[in-house]
Design a protein around this ligand. Structure first.
Ligand SMILES: NC(=O)c1ccc[n+]([C@@H]2O[C@H](COP(=O)([O-])OP(=O)(O)OC[C@H]3O[C@@H](n4cnc5c(N)ncnc54)[C@H](OP(=O)(O)O)[C@@H]3O)[C@@H](O)[C@H]2O)c1
Length: 163
């Protein structure tokens, strides 16, 4: 049986998750959660996410970068030309599989008919941006956990959903 896929994202109420190749906010509690949750895991991510995440290769993460550029394969980083190819590699690697975006990768993975867990930080704001997490609310999720939090700029909720 294939492994459970974990998706991890922080998005606003209007589903914005990125702007100009960066996060559209700075939420330290969420960044800490993201780094702790993904440490030691097998991570599937797009080229831009990889190139803009300075700590990606730290903390024992095993990276599979979805890209058409094979020259990115170096120093323990695997590359795959497609999401199915990346997930096939991930199945052969130890530990849990985490999918960290970006937009097209989330779209493809959410459309798969297989067990998945969504670690969603829902930022309670409408935010300007150019990358969106796909609509997820119509899918048949079971809520596993929920925790509300906030800082001086944002209110947000850490949700774990499964289907
Ligand atoms: N808030 C969050 O939790 C969160 C999470 C993820 C991303 N983001 C934000 O989203 C933005 C980055 O995401 P992005 O969507 O722009 O880029 P991305 O997915 O990280 O990278 C895009 C590149 O990855 C490859 N790629 C992506 N999907 C593919 C597919 N389905 N099949 C084959 N190749 C694929 C292609 O690489 P080649 O061009 O090399 O072929 C493509 O040009 C940033 O703003 C980031 O901050 C936010």
């Amino acid at each position: 049986m294939p492994k459970m896929i974990n998706l991890m994202v922080a998005c606003a109420e209007n589903r914005v998750m990125g702007r100009a190749n960066r996060l559209p906010w700075r939420i330290p509690e969420d960044l800490t959660f993201f780094h702790e949750q993904t440490a030691g895991k097998t991570i599937v991510l797009g080229r831009i996410c990889y190139q803009t995440w300075p700590r990606a290769r730290e903390d024992g993460r095993r990276l599979i970068v979805v890209t058409s550029d094979p020259s990115l394969e170096a120093g323990g980083v695997r590359v795959a030309r497609s999401v199915p190819a990346a997930l096939a590699i991930a199945e052969t690697m130890p530990g849990e599989i985490y999918v960290n975006g970006g937009e097209r990768i989330f779209e493809e993975v959410l459309a798969l008919d297989r067990p998945m867990r969504l670690h969603l930080t829902l930022v309670h704001a409408e935010v300007l941006g150019d990358r969106y997490f796909p609509e997820w609310r119509h899918l048949a999720w079971r809520e596993v956990s929920r925790r509300d939090s906030s800082d001086e700029n944002f209110r947000y909720t850490f949700l774990t959903l499964e289907r």
